[in-house]
Design a protein around this ligand. Structure first.
Ligand SMILES: [Zn+2]
Ligand SMILES: [Zn+2]
Length: 210
């Protein structure tokens, strides 16, 4: 795993741990149960085949990816202990299974997304890692405008604000919700967008940030 991605993964781990610690006892128990269900041979470790089998059964096929398994496997012993598995549960809850469409690594941190595909309801989103974007190492439609995920989020807010009266705004929000979920931005972020204050004109609908 590349250095910056490793650091980003560390951030995800911290968030997952905090999230888990804050859960009710019942939910913590459920996490233990899920771990046991995954651990078919009961050795306290989730192997790659056990991982894949569980996710396929859960219809979480996006997560069936060795790059995600490797990112989760902090001590690189080719299996996940409970502490490593709760990071998976966290990623599953937030629907965060983003893989670089070019080099196939798990996108733990900053990444770029094609803005046209992001806002188009009928196509899937297209994400690439910073190295692939910076190195022009990808093939996508020619007129694609790429934004990093922070800029995209900012834009999304502007798009909702730009949509006049309530009904249209609600519609814009619905479309946005789909796109953002696909790009794994949590719905709490959406709430921030929809409740955002309208007087802020610093957010122009544009991709140029430099
Ligand atoms: Zn890449
Ligand atoms: Zn595109």
């Amino acid at each position: 795993m590349e250095g910056s991605n490793k650091a980003a993964m560390e951030g995800i781990r911290k968030a997952a741990r905090a999230y888990f610690d804050n859960q009710s006892d019942r939910k913590k128990k459920n996490a233990r149960k899920a771990f046991k269900a995954m651990d078919k041979d009961g050795d306290g470790q989730i192997s790659l085949p056990e991982y894949e089998e569980y996710l396929k059964k859960k219809k979480a096929n996006d997560f069936v990816h060795t790059s995600i398994f490797r990112a989760l496997d902090k001590n690189a012993n080719e299996s996940l202990d409970f502490g490593e598995a709760i990071v998976l549960f966290y990623l599953m809850q937030s629907g965060r299974a983003l893989i670089c469409k070019s080099c196939n690594i798990f996108l733990a941190g900053a990444y770029f997304s094609c803005s046209q595909c992001f806002f188009n309801d009928s196509v899937s989103t297209y994400e690439i890692c910073c190295a692939c974007y910076g190195g022009d190492n990808f093939t996508h439609h020619d007129d694609a405008v790429f934004c990093d995920h922070y800029t995209l989020l900012r834009q999304s807010r502007s798009a909702v604000q730009a949509a006049p009266p309530m009904r249209k705004r609600d519609k814009a929000l619905q479309i946005l919700k789909k796109g953002l979920l696909a790009a794994s931005v949590s719905t709490s972020v959406l709430e921030c967008i929809s409740n955002g204050d309208d007087d802020d004109d610093s957010s122009k609908f544009s991709c140029s940030i430099m």
